[in-house]
Design a protein around this ligand. Structure first.
Ligand SMILES: Cc1cc2nc3c(=O)[nH]c(=O)nc-3n(C[C@H](O)[C@H](O)[C@H](O)COP(=O)(O)OP(=O)(O)OC[C@H]3O[C@@H](n4cnc5c(N)ncnc54)[C@H](O)[C@@H]3O)c2cc1C
Length: 375
């Protein structure tokens, strides 16, 4: 590594990789620093791999905008670059009177966000999904699934081709404002070193609040403190995958989109994520919360799945800005010049739908960067 960079990106998850692919080009020294041994070991490889359509988010929010734009961009880039995906669509299903009310509200929200949706009659639902049962449902044809590892590899390859340099086992441990930019201090197998950069882009996922703090942002005042929310998945055995044709979701009642049907591109079936807040990182999944899964709405919609079909599988931990019981929080993607940090871009709370939004977020950051470099 040279002792001076133009742009440093902290974190090689899907966001850091997409941003690196977007901003790297000839004549720019771009470094992507990742503390793990390789890319995409955290949120980006431990998720539902769903290409969301943009239904759930407050109108006009960055989440709604980035998700809608990302949805279109993602299908396009998967198609062009041979990344496996399925535009299988999804059905949101109410299984009680309360959920039916919620379903109507959600339908209006999705429509307000510009997502193409269709309310289904009982007959249509039975035709589309003869094995699924519920009281009311709508169809979202633009939801799908993507091979997230292939997507990460694509962004990595593009970033490298565009000239970005990637350093693994390199943990950012200090960011200090200095003349003309920032002095970044890292810890690596050589014992660590520091260097200058004009721009820092914080894509540190679960630790993006800590990285913001390193740069001198008061994360309590800025409302950047992250809460970790663990989501557990259960595999479903016994050929049950053949009984469902698309993603099936409940009406969301709490912190997330709810325990839902997940498929990977090979149509392997899982149920999850069953979310709860945690204070430490552990991806262990045991049977202890299986009862909550068995009592969830999705099980009512899938009467053919028995408790004995479900085995604890993987988990992921999400970087949430909202704490337990709190309301909607948007993605934070901003240039921090108002906080006296010109050239420092924060990306904090990039939880779901971050995977879907990744190409749109990269473009957005590209615009912020152009403003910085032109000023
Ligand atoms: C259970 C679950 C289900 C989800 N389902 C979906 C879904 O179906 N669809 C969807 O669109 N989104 C989904 N998401 C959200 C999506 O996975 C995330 O929004 C996205 O992966 C965030 O990517 P990231 O690059 O910001 O974070 P990460 O993938 O966590 O990457 C951040 C990187 O920063 C590195 N880092 C941190 N601190 C430092 C440091 N000091 N120095 C160097 N490197 C550092 C980390 O090691 C890590 O590699 C889900 C998330 C979870 C957890």
């Amino acid at each position: 590594m040279s002792n001076k960079a133009d742009i440093v990106i902290v974190g090689a998850g899907v966001i850091g990789l997409a941003v690196a692919a977007q901003v790297a080009r000839e004549g720019r020294e771009v470094y992507l620093l990742e503390r793990n041994e390789t890319f995409g070991q955290e949120q980006s490889s431990r998720n539902s791999e769903v290409i969301h359509a943009g239904i759930y988010y407050e109108r006009g929010s960055l989440k709604a905008k980035m998700c809608l734009e990302g949805n279109g961009l993602l299908y396009e880039l998967c198609e062009k670059n041979g990344i496996a995906y399925k535009k299988c669509g999804k059905i949101i299903m109410a299984t009680s009177d309360v959920e039916t009310e919620g379903l109507e509200k959600l339908y209006r929200k999705g429509e307000d966000n510009g997502v193409p949706l269709r309310m289904l009659s009982q007959r249509e639902t039975d035709q589309l999904e003869p094995n699924v049962s519920g009281m009311a449902a709508f169809l979202c044809p633009t939801s799908g699934i993507v091979d997230s590892y292939a997507l990460l590899r694509y962004f990595l390859g593009k970033a490298r081709d565009n000239g970005a340099q990637i350093a693994y086992k390199t943990k950012v441990i200090g960011i200090e404002r200095a003349l003309g930019g920032y002095r970044v201090k890292v810890d690596d197998p050589s014992g660590g070193f520091s260097f200058m950069t004009r721009v820092v882009i914080n894509c540190a996922g679960l630790y993006s609040d800590k990285v913001a703090e390193m740069a001198g942002i008061n994360i309590d005042e800025a409302n950047y403190k992250l809460h970790w929310c663990k989501g557990e998945y259960y595999s479903v055995s016994g050929g049950r995958n053949r009984l469902i044709n698309r993603l099936i979701y409940p009406v969301p009642m709490a912190i997330s989109v709810g325990v839902h049907v997940c498929f990977d591109v090979d149509w392997r079936l899982r149920l999850g994520p069953l979310f709860y807040y945690v204070n430490e990182i552990s991806y262990k999944v045991d049977d202890s919360r299986k009862k909550a899964l068995l009592e969830s709405s999705i099980m009512k919609a899938l009467p053919f799945i028995e408790s004995s079909d479900l085995e604890p599988e993987t988990s992921g931990i999400m970087a949430m800005l909202q704490g337990e019981g709190e309301g909607f929080r948007d993605f934070v993607i901003r240039h921090e010049y108002e906080r006296g940090l010109p050239g420092f871009i924060s990306l904090v709370g990039i939880e779901s739908p971050g995977l879907t939004s990744s190409p749109a977020i990269a473009r957005y950051v590209g615009h912020l960067l152009n403003e910085i470099l032109e000023s």
